[in-house]
Design a protein around this ligand. Structure first.
Ligand SMILES: Cc1cc2nc3c(=O)[nH]c(=O)nc-3n(C[C@H](O)[C@H](O)[C@H](O)COP(=O)(O)OP(=O)(O)OC[C@H]3O[C@@H](n4cnc5c(N)ncnc54)[C@H](O)[C@@H]3O)c2cc1C
Length: 411
């Protein structure tokens, strides 16, 4: 009998494993592709601690129609997938109403405060503390009107104690030289961090898990079920194993595993794209956020990563790398001098719930299975916090924040 089986070795599964090991538990990570080969591999590397505004918000509902008009714009829904995603969109729309969005914001702020507290320790213990860049982020605007339109969001962040500075002129140029003059203002957030490369961070965590006696196996899980005294994990090859506890951290692929345990969770994927240019493609001083265009530019040790966007296209449609090209072209317009050749393109599957909050809590069928998925745009940022909560649940301790907003049965 294994102690704790964790399905998924992305950043969430790895952080859960690390937290359980801190509690003295034995962990077995099961991933059909190996360590961080999916979404956690190629993301934008932000520890986006100030990103407490839910995507489902009145603001996005105002932006969405304009964005949808551009087939390669920040938000796209491939027509073939529209009927499938419609129920999720309806839930997203309901979650965007002001009172619901306020509740999501409060929950997100609580989880984020926990992320701020837990992340440095997790990274330090894994020997990855030096991989964090603490130079903040700079969100950029093409007009004063664009800044004015997002001001309510900044006021909400201020109410939650987040520090920022609106900048223009020489201060803007000092924070990032070489911007196109049409970028007239910015918001600098000093408490926003980035990592040198998200894949390197995941590998460091995985190394630490195995160094402490954890096992990582490349195996595809078909089903997880309650069993006498624990949990049975059934693999795609027909074999099974037993564990005292299991954690489902299979990112965007968690839905059928939860469904097998009686939980119908409206998990969808927001596909995102980027291009990683060779190091030296631009003298980027910190992560730049082009909020009006739905992409960011991140300085990594492995290069300069440009991308973002949301494509609500499910798990099966082939990637449309024209989206990565489009964001790179826009970045070149904002950053004259950007060398755009030699890039590597990537698409990842953000695991997303319609209220922009993850699912963290026990399965309906058995308290021996805990869910930890659906972190959307914020999985790297919230991994350590999620690990802490899951370890508390498994140890029978009361978690540091109220879990009501994250419960699997909320839909
Ligand atoms: C373009 C883009 C940019 C992003 N930028 C950021 C950012 O800057 N900051 C941030 O915090 N977040 C960011 N994110 C979001 C972040 O990458 C995700 O929230 C996070 O990676 C999710 O981690 P995960 O472990 O839940 O999922 P994944 O990394 O997808 O891991 C899930 C794992 O489960 C495995 N799996 C699935 N099904 C099974 C099965 N049946 N059996 C066995 N294994 C299985 C998969 O192989 C996979 O390895 C970004 C995402 C994208 C797409």
């Amino acid at each position: 009998m294994h102690d704790v089986a964790i399905i998924g070795a992305g950043i969430i599964g790895l952080a859960v494993a690390a937290a359980l090991q801190d509690d003295g538990r034995q962990v077995l990570l099961l991933d059909r592709r190996g360590v961080a080969q999916e979404t956690s591999r190629g993301n934008a590397g932000a520890l986006a601690f100030s990103d407490i505004l839910p995507l489902a918000s009145p603001g996005i509902m105002r932006q969405a129609p304009r964005w949808l008009l551009d087939p390669l714009g920040p938000l796209a829904i491939p027509p073939a997938y529209f009927p499938t995603i419609l129920p999720w969109l309806m839930r997203f729309w309901r979650a965007s109403r002001p009172n619901r969005a306020d509740a999501s914001l409060a929950a997100q702020a609580g989880l984020m405060a926990l992320a701020v507290a837990e992340t440095p320790g997790m990274l330090d213990r894994a020997g990855a503390g030096h991989m964090v860049r603490r130079d903040g982020s700079l969100q950029l605007y093409e007009s004063e009107a664009e800044l004015a339109a997002v001001m309510p969001g900044w006021q909400a962040r201020a109410r939650h104690g987040i520090a920022f500075e609106h900048v223009r002129g020489p201060r803007l140029a000092e924070l990032q030289p070489g911007l196109h003059p049409r970028l007239v203002a910015g918001t600098f957030v000093p408490g926003w961090h980035t990592v040198s490369d998200p894949y390197d961070v995941a590998c460091r965590l995985a190394d630490r898990v195995t160094a402490r006696g954890g096992q990582i196996e490349t195996r595809a899980v078909l089903r997880v079920a309650a069993a006498e005294g624990g949990v049975q994990v059934k693999f795609a090859d027909g074999t099974t194993l037993l564990a005292h506890r299991a954690v489902i951290a299979a990112g965007a692929w968690s839905k059928p595993l939860a469904q097998g345990l009686g939980d119908r969770i409206p998990l969808e994927t927001e596909r995102g794209y980027n291009t990683t240019l060779p190091p030296g493609a631009f003298d980027l001083r910190r992560q730049l956020i082009f909020g009006g265009h739905g992409f960011v530019a991140t300085p990594l040790s492995t290069g300069l990563r440009i991308g973002g966007a949301v494509e609500l296209g499910g798990l099966k449609l082939p990637p449309n790398m024209a989206r990565a090209d489009a964001m790179l072209r826009r970045a070149a317009a904002f950053l004259p001098g950007l060398r755009t050749e030699g890039g590597q393109q990537w698409m990842g599957f953000r695991p997303s719930l319609p209220d922009s909050l993850p699912v963290i809590g026990p399965a309906s069928a058995t308290p021996h299975v805990v869910y930890a998925f659906g972190h959307g745009h914020l999985g790297l940022t919230q991994a350590a916090a999620t690990g802490r909560i899951v370890a508390d649940l498994i140890a029978g301790r009361s978690p540091p924040i109220p879990l009501g907003p994250f419960r699997p049965t909320r839909f």
